[in-house]
Design a protein around this ligand. Structure first.
Ligand SMILES: *[C@@H]1O[C@H](CO)[C@@H](O)[C@H](O)[C@H]1NC(C)=O
Length: 311
């Protein structure tokens, strides 16, 4: 297997409507030096038929409405899941989800980006179901080179089962930002300069699954899934990606994946949180965060992870 250092990547770049290809005008390379890449950035208003594949669940996952809606379901026999057709190396990815309504205790809806292998990278949203009327927990984590243990959990400021809401991952070489309906809730900065590994070399796919985790999900596993309420269903719509698509198949020269200044569509590649966004992030963290690994001194008796002093 060729190493990532020598692989030449082809990143494809879609602007606006699905699959109108446009190559960046400037061939300058400003990204990570190890990323010797032929890149094309895409912006795609998604269609589930093209952008995703159902990977498991034996008919429990369905793509509906000409590819505009995807549903996952879970019953006692099985859950279900899907993954993106493309692998991405950086992206600004939105998905709207409507979570399992009613008594969803014991169920987990996972929506995440992940690479492969034993030193994988991963960026996680997980929605832990709850009894009817009780709040879901939004669980987040970041794995870098196989190491996670970076959980932050939140309550949401709305009922995530009543309507679709937008869950976004901005992943560029400098930072990972989790947002909900456009409000940033978590930022994981690139702190390689102080020795914290940052996901930036391994392409990731988008994955999602709905499964039974009643051994731990709701109130630490004390509340079990009520199978009389099955099947449980979660829905997805309005997938939208501005992203660098990875394609190892061919390509031999190094092109740009740089956010060329002439191309505002690629601004996300160097996007940071402005002061308003930072203020909103702090406000969510103050009012809705219910667990923060960086505040869990008991869990890290040898000292908090390095990044905790830089957030
Ligand atoms: C479910 O609701 C209970 C009671 O409000 C709450 O303590 C708990 O954090 C909620 N979420 C989960 C996933 O247990």
């Amino acid at each position: 297997m060729p190493s990532h250092h020598t692989l030449l990547f082809l990143l494809t770049c879609y602007y606006n409507i699905p699959k109108t290809m446009a190559f960046p005008t400037s061939p300058s390379v400003t990204l990570v030096s190890l990323l010797v890449s032929l890149l094309v950035v895409i912006s795609t208003a998604g269609n589930f038929n093209q952008d995703f594949q159902i990977t498991w669940g034996d008919g429990r996952a369905k793509i509906l409405n000409n590819g505009n809606l995807l549903t996952l379901s879970l019953d006692k026999a099985s859950g279900s899941g899907f993954q993106s057709t493309n692998q991405y190396l950086f992206g600004n990815i939105d998905m709207q989800l409507k979570l399992v309504p009613g008594n969803s205790a014991g169920t987990v809806t996972a929506y995440y980006l992940s690479s492969k292998g034993s030193t994988w990278d991963e960026i996680d949203f997980e929605f832990l179901g709850n009894l009817s009327g009780d709040p879901y927990i939004l669980h987040t984590n970041v794995f870098s080179q196989g190491k996670g243990n970076r959980e932050q959990q939140f309550y949401l400021w709305f009922d995530p089962t009543a309507d679709f809401h937008t869950y976004s991952i901005l992943w560029n070489p400098q930072r990972i930002v989790f947002s909900v309906d456009g409000t940033p809730i978590r930022e994981f900065k690139n702190l390689e300069s102080i020795g914290v590994p940052f996901p930036k070399r391994q392409p990731m796919r988008i994955y999602s699954s709905l499964w039974n985790a009643d051994d731990w999900a709701t109130r630490g596993g004390r509340i079990k899934t009520d199978w009389s309420k099955a099947p449980f269903t979660a829905s997805y719509t309005n997938f939208n990606a501005n992203a660098c698509v990875w394609n190892a198949a061919k390509s031999s020269s190094c092109k740009s994946n740089s956010p060329s200044s002439e191309s505002p569509t690629n601004a996300w590649l160097s996007q940071e949180l402005d002061s308003t966004a930072q203020q909103r992030l702090r406000s969510v963290q103050k009012n809705y965060m219910i667990y923060n690994y960086c505040a869990d001194n008991k869990r890290f008796p040898q000292g908090l992870p390095l990044e905790c002093s830089h957030t």
